[in-house]
Design a protein around this ligand. Structure first.
Ligand code: GLC
Length: 657
């Protein structure tokens, strides 16, 4: 499908670098990608498609020629084991470099700590050069080919990725694809009137089109940055700015933008980055009359990036940052009526939201209905499960699903926002509001895991009982996240029960963005208490170690398994089944309430009620004469390991949602 002159040119580029076997493999990948891309490019770029196809394959061949030999060896290993990334022992850790330890070079000094925890995937934030002043936590990039000088140099990045690779830790960094900083050289050229670069952005001479788009556009930051367009006097135009006014949305209808961003990704892959987190991918395509999120073309773009990266760097993963409604989520993993290759990974924001929803209300009907509504995950992709991250929690509760379990969607969202603000009677949480939008009745939530679970509130009140419950809530949330299947991510400090940074607003650059309350400095002195018996840090850290060590033995969490939801009569029970054709099954049981919850014995019939193995050691669950009793906020992971005559899976004896 490539022009013969292009094929000849590519052969000249590759010939000095690839031996016959590597070359054969490269062309096999390229042929597959070309097949996928011709349809994608035609849908995205129409008549430009053939020209573009030739251009991107030349770019990919050049990147292959530049790719260091050790990374090519890693690619070869991973092609032979394409499921390398979601083994049961894979665990991620997420941190701002500046907050973790200050510089890229210093990260290397903390790898022993991460290894002690069992981490082998590390998402480092805000690595590339962002604008000075306010920069949305680094998500306003001025130069994708440079490291933020406060953190170090490009060589430091390469040294760090090399050190991580040697330890078997996969580095992940962000590629902010939807927008650049206003000071990026493309934006500067656009403002100076360069016609090529004006086409890189979405600019309008007057309010006619912006007003029409605004009719259906939501606001992402209604308080910090109201509206989706910003007037720029230099450009004499209204510029599309979904997020902050200094973040200019790129125009992906222009194929040159695609090619430039592909180059960014290839360069990062060749610097040893193993997971590219495609930031705000849901927003990359605009369509009048819609909310301009999750458009089919946003998926085509993600598929095209993935397809081309697979040619140049097949050991590298693409992760979608698409924090969207449950009905839109699984598509980023390629889950269509007929599956397509899209992102290897995506955030499971539904699980995250539903966990918080469940422990606030003490019941799981909404969680079960929402999680059961998701399309099945393709076997070669995985969700990243998580409890907290650097962003706010948006209460993504689907109104129809809420209604199906007798809840009013808007009222439940309002309840969750008030509960986690701590303003609801008996709330254990101490979070703060983010982006309150009274016009549409929306409010999001900020706060660390420990604060939202009540650790600091309990410490302030001096209640031993409340502290115990708060620590158990953290264990519960991570007990589900770590046992659900996919790659679980630990947000920096959660493993120590770290609290909010109440001083965040002292920094004028952060004062209007309450997300900084849950982006504190890493508490290394707290970390040093992780082995001091009785400290909060020790209790929480030990919980993580216990869960993580059990997880390594949970074969059913291996790649290729399916997770589905089972339901039992007690509404405090969230139960899920992870089923794998070769590696057996795991039944996860979590009690989201502060009371005891009950399960019928039959829940364990599939693995033999008497012989059932709880990988978490029967700490939170016991058999009484009639049923299984789960302690407040208790978790258990039952497996059929070691049993002979297997019964049907537990949903057979339960009420399936
Ligand atoms: C992503 C980031 C978030 C940022 C936004 C805009 O959602 O996680 O921190 O504000 O993109 O770049």
């Amino acid at each position: 499908m490539l022009a013969s002159a292009t094929v000849a040119r590519i052969e000249t580029i590759l010939e000095p670098h690839l031996g016959p076997f590597e070359s054969a493999s490269w062309w096999a990948r390229a042929d597959r990608a070309a097949g996928e891309l011709s349809a994608l490019f035609e849908a995205l770029f129409g008549d430009d498609a053939p020209r573009l196809l030739d251009a991107v394959f030349v770019a990919v061949a050049q990147a292959t020629a530049r790719r260091p030999v050790d990374l090519r060896a890693m690619d070869a290993r991973r092609q032979a084991t394409p499921d390398w990334f979601h083994a049961p022992d894979r665990v991620g850790y997420v941190a701002y470099v500046s907050r973790l330890c200050g510089t890229l070079a210093a990260v290397a000094e903390h790898l022993d700590y991460l290894e002690e925890l069992g981490v082998n995937y590390l998402h480092l934030m805000s690595v590339l050069r962002a604008r000075d002043g306010q920069n949305d936590g680094g998500y306003a990039v001025v130069d994708y080919a440079d490291v933020d000088p406060r953190l170090g140099t490009w060589d430091d990045l390469v040294n760090l990725t090399t050190a991580l690779r040697q330890r078997g830790i996969s580095p992940c960094i962000d590629v902010v694809v939807n927008h650049t900083a206003y000071e990026h050289r493309w934006a500067k050229a656009a403002r100076a009137g360069d016609p090529r670069y004006r086409q890189f952005y979405l600019m309008f001479p007057d309010r006619t089109m912006p007003d029409r788009y605004e009719e259906t556009l939501p606001e992402v930051f209604p308080q910090m940055a109201p509206g989706n367009f910003t007037w720029d006097a230099d450009a004499a135009a209204w510029v599309w700015t979904t997020f902050n006014s200094y973040q200019w949305d790129l125009n992906y209808a222009n194929p040159d933008v695609f090619v430039e961003m592909l180059e960014v990704m290839l360069t990062l892959a060749n610097a040893g980055v193993e997971v590219l987190r495609i930031d705000a991918v849901a927003f990359t395509w605009k369509r009048l009359g819609t909310n301009c999120q999750n458009q089919p073309e946003a998926h085509y773009l993600a598929q095209a990036f993935r397809s081309l990266l697979d040619v140049a760097a097949p050991g590298v993963l693409v992760k979608a940052e698409a924090i969207v409604a449950p009905s839109d989520l699984s598509a980023y993993l390629g889950a269509y009526p007929s599956e397509r290759r899209e992102c290897h990974l995506a955030y499971h924001n539904q699980l995250m939201v539903m966990l918080w929803s469940s422990i606030a209300s003490g019941e799981t009907r909404l969680a079960a209905a929402s999680l059961a509504s998701l399309a099945a995950t393709p076997v070669d992709a995985a969700f990243c499960t998580y409890v907290r991250c650097h962003d706010d929690i948006g209460w993504a509760v689907d109104d129809a699903l809420a209604a199906s379990v007798g809840l009013d969607g808007p009222a439940h969202r309002a309840f969750l926002a008030a509960f986690y603000r701590g303003d609801f009677p008996d709330s254990f949480a101490a979070g703060v509001a983010f982006s309150t939008n009274d016009d549409v009745g929306d409010e999001r939530t900020c706060g660390t895991t420990a604060e939202l679970c009540g650790v600091q509130k309990a410490l302030r009140s001096g209640s031993v009982h409340e502290l115990d419950l708060a620590v158990r809530r953290i264990e519960l949330l991570y007990g589900v996240s770590l046992g659900f299947g996919g790659i679980p991510l630990i947000y920096m400090g959660d493993e120590l029960g770290i609290g909010n940074d109440e001083d965040y607003a002292v920094d004028v650059l952060h004062a209007d963005d309450s997300r900084w309350i849950h982006r504190p400095q890493m508490d290394w002195s707290g970390a040093s208490r992780r082995h001091s018996a009785g400290s909060v840090e020790q209790r929480v850290f030990e919980s993580f170690r216990r869960l993580l060590s059990a997880r390594r033995g949970a074969a059913a969490l291996s790649t290729g398994g399916r997770t589905y939801i089972a339901a039992y009569d007690d509404p405090a029970i969230l139960a899920w089944v992870r089923e794998h054709d070769v590696h057996g099954r795991l039944l996860g049981v979590a009690n989201v309430a502060a009371r005891h919850a009950r399960l019928p014995f039959e829940a364990l019939a599939w693995c033999g009620i008497e012989e059932a193995t709880d990988l978490l050691g029967w700490r939170d669950i016991r058999r009484d004469s009639k049923e299984l009793v789960v302690a407040p906020y208790g978790v258990a992971w039952f497996t059929d390991a070691g049993t002979s005559a297997l019964q049907p899976p537990p949903v057979g004896s339960a009420r399936t949602v």
